[in-house]
Design a protein around this ligand. Structure first.
Ligand SMILES: *Cc1c(COP(=O)(O)O)cnc(C)c1O
Length: 401
């Protein structure tokens, strides 16, 4: 199982699991490419290169080899017997926390970094909020011998000083975003602005299923390995499918990767869990931001509102266009959970299963705990998007204050 050939053949199975966007990059009414003229060409170049590479057996083999030999795929599927018994359901975790760099993010950055090389680029830029995507991008740049610059809100740089140092250790330059609220959405704006003048040698490695076409589609494609593996692993373990596939949603990349493996299975409910303070599907309105049309949290005059959540990795005020579409189409459901529920779920998984999850991932478990009566007897698959080492100090402060 642990070899490139078997993963490779699985990865071919779901080539079009969730459907491609239309020629202009729309999933229904969402998505598109709303960028200034100079970035149109850059996005088109990325799209052309991605289409060509994704159809190439040689590119896929190289990508899958990195996922296996470097990132440690396939990630295991773990059955949680203790917690499952407590909750009265069958609980399975897809262990993206065990990937190199500690989350699903490596799947996407390895794909994009390889693509950038193939395009003849020598430099990667990225935005980061909590720093996880910045660290993953800096890692891929080090591996593939590329230069790297990461845009990060000045406020986030103070809050996540350790990740700033990690990126520097990995050889990346960290550039403070000084505009607006000096957080993630400003880092995205500044990275896009910088890309315009550097596009000759630089690829913009976007960190979630958002931004202008082809990013939402491309990033989802690089994460489909999560759902593809999970589908095969469930077949082997259960002899069938789970009743639900549940994932946390910031921009939506780990959820999109998981959902892609099950979207064609009508019996599987797809559930995305958002922080109550960033519930873009529940409380958002369609808007054009960061190059795409999607659901965003807005105030009365249409200004984008800051998302607020205990987990910095979910502090994005919007949700990707494909999720916006899946929500409207009723194929996937999205629900909010509160910070208190998340902290409880975080502790529960640690105590009952010996797994400390990322606070982001704990959102998915928090929803399952909340719904345990409704879910009694069901088989629930949760994407454990990342590990919680980064969050331990924050939780200690909260619990012991
Ligand atoms: C970045 C991050 C997320 C949120 O991003 P998505 O694009 O919504 O997946 C979730 N979990 C972890 C561990 C992360 O690092």
């Amino acid at each position: 199982m642990n070899d490139v050939a078997s993963i490779g053949s699985m990865a071919t199975l779901t080539r079009h699991a969730m459907g491609d966007p239309d020629a202009d990059g729309f999933f229904g009414e969402f998505g598109g490419r709303y960028v200034p003229e100079p970035l149109m060409g850059a996005c088109q170049q990325v799209e052309d290169a991605f289409r060509e590479a994704w159809a190439s057996d040689e590119f896929r083999a190289e990508y899958l080899r990195l996922l296996v030999d470097y990132a440690g795929r396939p990630s295991p599927l773990t059955e949680c017997s203790n917690l499952g018994r407590d909750l009265g359901l069958r609980l399975l975790l897809k262990r993206e926390d065990l990937n190199h760099t500690g989350s699903h993010k490596i799947n996407n950055v390895l794909g994009q970094a390889l693509l950038a090389k193939r395009m003849g680029k020598t430099r990667l830029i990225a935005e980061t909020g909590a720093g996880q995507h910045g660290v993953a991008t800096a890692t891929a740049a080090a591996l593939l011998d590329m230069e790297c610059a990461v845009y990060m809100g000045e406020v986030d740089m103070q809050r996540q000083a350790l990740n700033v140092f990690r990126m520097k250790l990995l050889g990346a330059e960290v550039i403070p975003a000084l505009s607006g609220s000096r957080t993630l959405k400003d880092a995205v704006n500044e990275a896009m602005r910088a890309w315009v003048s550097e596009v000759e040698d630089t690829h913009y490695c976007l960190g979630s299923v958002m931004g202008p076409h082809p990013y939402p589609w491309m990033v989802r494609s690089f994460h489909e390995i999560i759902g593809t593996e999970a589908h095969a692993q469930c077949q082997r373990l259960l002899g069938g499918l789970p009743d639900l596939a549940v994932a946390c949603v910031g921009g939506g990349s780990n959820a999109a990767g998981l959902f892609a493996g099950f979207a064609n299975e009508p019996s599987v409910r797809l559930v995305g869990v958002e922080p109550a303070g960033g519930a873009a599907v529940g409380r958002g309105i369609p808007a054009v931001v960061h190059g795409m049309k999607a659901y965003f949290l807005q105030d009365e005059v249409g200004q984008i509102v800051e998302a607020e959540s205990i987990s910095a990795g979910l502090d994005y005020p919007g949700i990707g266009p494909e999720h916006s579409f899946l929500a409207d189409a009723g194929r996937a459901e999205y629900y909010p959970v509160t910070d208190d529920q998340v902290v409880e779920a975080f502790q529960l998984l640690a105590r009952r299963e010996g797994i400390i999850p990322a606070l982001e991932s704990a959102h998915a478990l928090a929803w399952v705990v909340q719904e345990k009566e409704q879910l009694a007897g069901k088989t629930v698959l949760i994407n454990l998007s990342g590990r919680g080492d980064k969050d331990v100090a924050q939780i200690q402060e909260r619990l012991e204050k």
